[in-house]
Design a protein around this ligand. Structure first.
Ligand code: HEC
Ligand code: HEC
Length: 209
């Protein structure tokens, strides 16, 4: 009898009595859209809600506009397929290139449409301990919360960086024919703030957005 009611309640999507609760179905989102924070209020458990918010935000973090500058190696990446930067450049001792091939030699404080060179103030590569390429949302989440690996940022500074940093902002105005990150920086900032507010929980290893 218990078994039958469990099966039934699973079917009805309300199974408090039988182990792991079923996942709340989130509304669909197009590839270029982010689900708003309000869509996550349907998840009653706060920890589950927090990790779902991070998974949504990781659709931005793992988008090539962000990941190309957070590579797991010494060379910036390019394009939607994350190929190695052409012309060949390396991060150098301070993530700003090497003498004669500094990032700022080509990248200005704004996109140069004619030359197709993307740009934003202080253009340089994210340090290796902030690498995202090839990492899971779980790994990126743990790393982003760790002041030893996030540039010594407090949670408040991390929220601020995601919501207002100019290199982050470039992800939504990348110039030329580059595909922007999904949603808007404002929506993304709100997802990160809501994630932190609900406990900054990291998604289980293996979970994907
Ligand atoms: C032009 C290169 C560049 C681009 C593009 C870029 N970043 Fe970064 N990112 C950096 C650098 C450099 C740092 C280190 C700056 C610091 O610590 O103040 C950084 C650090 C960060 C950090 C804080 C440290 C960490 O990894 O936890 C976050 C969060 C972040 N970036 C988010 C983003 C997001 C989101 C995007 C895309 C929308 C993005 N970045 C695009 C260069 C870039
Ligand atoms: C000799 C000029 C030159 C130098 C030096 C240079 N870049 Fe670039 N970079 C370019 C050009 C041109 C593009 C655009 C390529 C394209 O879209 O076809 C580009 C594209 C990029 C992109 C790709 C954006 C995307 O999402 O597609 C990133 C990231 C990048 N550069 C980072 C850097 C960093 C970091 C440095 C310094 C370590 C650097 N670049 C040094 C010329 C340069």
């Amino acid at each position: 009898m218990a078994k039958i009611s469990c099966v039934l309640s699973v079917l009805l999507l309300l199974s408090p009595a039988c182990g792991a609760p079923p996942r709340v179905q989130l509304p669909p989102a197009a590839r270029n859209e982010l689900r708003p924070v309000s869509a996550f209020s349907a998840i009653p458990d706060e920890r589950e809600r927090s990790s779902a918010l991070f998974l949504e935000a990781s659709r931005v973090l793992l988008h090539p506009r962000c990941a190309n500058c957070h590579p797991n190696g010494d060379v910036p990446l390019q394009g939607m397929d994350g190929r190695l930067h052409d012309p060949p450049v390396t991060r150098g001792p301070e993530d700003r290139g090497v003498v004669g091939m500094e990032c700022s030699g080509c990248h200005q404080d704004r996109n140069l449409e004619h030359a197709r060179v993307p740009g934003a103030p202080n253009w340089h590569l994210a340090p290796l301990e902030m690498a995202w390429v090839g990492k899971t949302p779980r790994h990126i989440c743990d790393q982003m919360k760790d002041p030893k690996r996030n540039g010594g940022k407090s949670m408040a500074q991390l929220i601020e960086h995601n919501a207002h940093d100019e290199l982050v902002g470039w992800g939504w105005s990348p110039g030329h024919d580059r595909e922007p990150a999904p949603g808007t920086q404002q929506q993304f900032g709100a997802l990160i703030a809501a994630w932190a507010d609900a406990g900054a929980e990291c998604p289980a290893e293996g979970r994907r957005p």
